[in-house]
Design a protein around this ligand. Sequence first.
Ligand SMILES: Nc1ncnc2c1ncn2[C@@H]1O[C@H](COP(=O)(O)OP(=O)(O)OP(=O)(O)O)[C@@H](O)[C@H]1O
Ligand SMILES: [Mg+2]
Length: 143
Amino acid sequence: MYKKILVATDGSPFASKAIDVGADIAKRFKSELTLIAVIQHPMNAFGLFGIEELGPEAYTILKRKGDEIIREGKEQLRLHDLTIRSVLEYGNPGDTITHYAKKNDIDLIIVGSHGYGEVMSHMLGSVSDRVNHHAHCSVLIVR
Ligand SMILES: Nc1ncnc2c1ncn2[C@@H]1O[C@H](COP(=O)(O)OP(=O)(O)OP(=O)(O)O)[C@@H](O)[C@H]1O
Ligand SMILES: [Mg+2]
């Protein structure tokens, strides 16, 4: 059923849970699993300027953080017998995740219900909410 699964991670415990669920589903369906982390400058929440305009220092710091998030996600998946792809993108996380999914024929996107934001238990985080509303494919929100 799910041939291509995309798991989005911001490195939070919620995303870590989403990664575990992704691994389990990928094993059952023999799916290809891709981890995606999106880096975004905190001053650029609306995506008004490109990464090249941030200057090399900001870029280096953000890239290092993104690489670390991906490394941790892969480490978590190491014991599972799965083929993993990973991608680090720059931009608005919700939009970037849904664009990547469409462009790459993903069948299922998995996100945590929350991330590093202040948790309001009854509400979804803004990234999971945006992915849920805009994705072309099924979305699994892990709680
Ligand atoms: N930058 C990101 N890159 C990849 N995935 C992300 C990113 N940010 C969030 N996610 C995914 O979305 C899930 C929900 O995170 P979200 O950011 O929506 O919640 P939050 O941080 O609690 O709220 P908010 O960011 O709105 O304050 C995470 O568990 C993760 O799966
Ligand atoms: Mg967040």
